[in-house]
Design a protein around this ligand. Structure first.
Ligand code: PAF
Length: 282
């Protein structure tokens, strides 16, 4: 496995792979790799001949009071997992390599970045789409793999790729969960044991929504109220949002007649957790 810390080196490895007609896959990550990332890497491994994983804690997607400084960076452990999963190249640049001077060019997917997580993190998605565009320009993958847990992120990135005619396909892979349903996330480590016990209520509320929809409930307000009742079983959970939206436009649905993205963000102590499901998938 090659580890490239500069853009020039990463490009050289990819160029060599391309000379052998390899399909190139990219799994963009911020490191602190867990079972969710491992599953993305495994899917990418099955589908691409040359597999690159990027590990870069992207400063431009963190707000001023967020956890950029404290974000876990267990580089050696991450590299070991990538080796085990047969990754061909890890691209692990420094912040200076990616942003050598003040960045003046931003990619913002309008509208889609405004609600859900965008409402409380106004500059987050601009940072995500900009760094993904940079990574796509550097690695030039045929496929890039993202997790369904970050539903809004995947929707924005797909739209960016479509609007800007970027020559790659975005593959969204299912959310990986702990046995009790909690979506696996690097931020779960901020939970105290007591908070961890209540964290599966997020997924339980989504399952409740799923059951209601399956039994014919079409009113988003009624579904939301039942979900809130599940979440209120814990006094520690502070709901940031609980939305039922169109999975393409992210606009709130007034009645459920087709697919719906049901998305939650909640705070449990220091941890901000997100989760979602898509119901009535065609
Ligand atoms: O999902 C993440 O880990 C990040 O937002 C991403 C896509 C790697 C961009 O920094």
């Amino acid at each position: 496995m090659n580890v490239a810390s500069t853009i020039a080196r990463a490009r050289r490895h990819v160029r060599l792979a391309r000379q052998n007609d390899c399909t190139v896959g990219l799994v963009p990550t911020m490191g602190a790799l867990h079972a969710g990332h491992a599953s993305l890497i495994e899917t990418a491994r099955e589908n691409c001949v040359f597999l690159a994983v990027s590990i870069f804690v992207n400063p431009s997607q963190f707000g001023p009071n967020e956890d950029y400084e404290n974000y876990p960076r267990p580089m050696e452990k991450d590299l070991e997992l990538c080796r085990q999963l047969d990754v061909d190249m890890v691209f692990a640049p420094s912040a200076n390599e990616m942003y050598p001077e003040k960045n003046l060019t931003w990619i913002q997917v309008e509208q889609l970045c405004e609600n859900l997580c965008g409402a409380s993190r106004p500059t987050h998605f601009r940072g995500v789409t900009t760094v993904c565009a940079k990574l796509f320009n550097i690695i030039q993958p045929d496929y890039a793999f993202f997790g369904q847990k970050d539903a809004q992120q995947s929707i924005l990135i797909r739209k960016m790729v479509k609007d800007l005619n970027m020559p790659l396909e975005i593959v969204v892979c299912p959310t990986i969960r702990e046995k009790d349903g909690l979506a696996i996330s690097s931020r779960n480590k901020y939970l105290t044991p007591d908070q961890r016990k209540d964290a599966p209520l997020l997924y339980q509320s989504l399952q409740k929504a799923q059951q209601l929809i399956q039994s014919g409930q079409k009113d988003p307000d009624k579904i939301r109220r039942e979900m809130e009742a599940v979440l209120k079983k814990s006094a520690q959970i502070n709901i940031e949002y609980l939305e039922i939206v169109n999975p393409d436009t992210l606009e709130p649905l007034e009645i459920l007649t087709g697919p719906a993205l049901i998305a939650i963000a909640a705070r449990l102590g220091q941890a901000r957790l997100i989760d979602n499901i898509i119901t009535n998938k065609p």
